[in-house]
Design a protein around this ligand. Structure first.
Ligand SMILES: NC(=O)c1ccc[n+]([C@@H]2O[C@H](COP(=O)([O-])OP(=O)(O)OC[C@H]3O[C@@H](n4cnc5c(N)ncnc54)[C@H](O)[C@@H]3O)[C@@H](O)[C@H]2O)c1
Ligand SMILES: [Zn+2]
Length: 367
């Protein structure tokens, strides 16, 4: 088992990564002295696969278990669903000493984490992420949230878990499209922080996307993402500075998700396209080499460039980026690579450069 410690003073905790480690959850939970009652928040699809194992493991360790099931899908990551969860917790008599265990992808993790941050002014929680996106990104860093009709993740809190347990065997049942989408965040981590990871991906990206690497390699790969993100989060927990580098590819990517109403692209697919656009902008600005840009793009091509939207309106994408919560005074802020492994924030990207970046991306995606 790999261990990554998220170093946040008295809120530090471990992320444990291994294959077939789900059944060990109860002992790990008990060893940390977490609540007598655990409320497992999950959805029907994940419950059908993994709930028994998790529930039995906790019960064996003497933990009382309550199961709260929420509908599957981003469209249910709302305050309304959170209110239903609160209702189930109150009805089950859960007090401040209880603990929430989120079992599922980023949707369940974000929403269950948000409920943990707010129920009775905050209770402990444990994340058991079962998608690649959640294992390499969403479960690390303590950002919890629900969506509002006017924007994604608009209502939330920073609330760190007490433990994250990642069983990489759960990826075996994940649709391959979800695996590839999660792999976008892996490429992103390499470009922003880790040339060694980029070199690894250059050798193994197909094996990573098909999960045909050895268990040790998959565990290492997931753990490495947790190390990278944990390092950034430890330096800047509440996104006052460094943490924004994690947004590489997300400025355009997020706008693409919005203009396609969140039902065309998986998040990671939009991020892949966003990295093509941002990389192009960096090259235009003369801050990134063509060679490094092509190395990034080769990885994205081998992963599979997500299909472009034929009638994409560049003005609409720009307008979206302008109204993003991260844009200030009409300035769209980008984080752009200088080298593989080194990235910097820039707020001097011109409209022309952005348009050219989006057009480049569009050509690649439609090509
Ligand atoms: N908090 C953060 O820092 C952070 C970071 C990145 C993303 N997010 C959030 O994460 C969410 C996206 O997460 P996601 O991509 O995991 O989507 P998701 O949670 O919707 O999961 C994708 C699908 O896979 C299914 N699934 C989950 N595990 C499975 C398994 N092992 N086998 C088979 N099917 C499985 C789910 O039921 C769902 O249908 C978004 O809401 C995003 O905002 C949060
Ligand atoms: Zn992302």
């Amino acid at each position: 088992m790999e261990t990554v410690t998220v170093d946040l003073g008295d809120r530090s905790y471990d992320i444990l990564i291994g294959r077939d480690c789900l059944r060990g959850l109860g002992d790990l939970y008990a060893a940390r002295g977490l609540g007598e009652t655990a409320a497992i928040v999950t959805n029907p699809a994940v419950a059908a696969l993994y709930l028994d194992t998790v529930q039995q493991s906790l019960s064996r360790a003497g933990v009382k278990v309550v199961v709260v099931t929420v509908p599957d899908g981003e469209q249910y990551k709302t305050l309304e669903t959170a209110v239903q969860i609160y209702g189930d917790l109150i009805a089950a008599g859960l007090d401040r000493k209880s603990c929430i265990v989120t079992l599922g992808g980023g949707v369940v993790g974000d929403m269950g984490g948000f409920v943990a941050a707010t129920y009775l002014r905050g209770v402990d929680f444990v994340q058991v992420p079962t998608t690649l996106e959640a294992q390499v990104d969403a479960s690390v860093g303590g950002k919890t949230a629900v969506d509002h009709v006017l924007g994604k993740n608009m209502i939330g809190a920073f609330h760190q878990p007490k433990l994250v347990l990642i069983d990489t065997a759960t990826l075996d049942t994940l649709p391959k499209r979800e695996v590839r989408a999660g792999m976008a965040e892996v490429i992103k981590h390499g470009i922003i922080r880790d040339p060694g990871l980029v070199a690894f991906l250059e050798e193994h990206i197909e094996g990573a996307a098909n999960l045909s690497l050895s268990a040790d390699q998959i565990n290492w790969l997931v753990a490495q993402q947790c190390r990278i993100k944990a390092g950034v989060v430890a330096a800047d927990e509440t996104e006052k500075g460094l943490r924004e580098i994690l947004n590489y590819g997300h400025t355009v990517g997020h706008a693409l998700e919005v203009v396609t109403h969140y039902d065309y692209y998986k998040h990671g697919e939009a991020v892949c396209l966003g990295m093509l656009a941002a990389g192009y902008i960096a090259v235009q600005k003369g801050m990134w080499s063509q060679d490094a840009f092509e190395r990034q793009n080769a990885l994205i091509t081998r992963l599979g460039i997500p299909k472009g939207v034929p009638d994409l309106k560049v003005d609409e994408v720009l307008a979206r980026m302008m109204s993003d919560k991260k844009a200030r005074d009409g300035i769209i802020r980008f984080v752009l690579p200088e080298q593989i492994g080194k990235i910097v924030p820039r707020d001097d990207v011109t409209r022309e450069e952005i348009v050219a970046g989006i057009q480049y991306m569009q050509n690649q995606a439609l090509g």
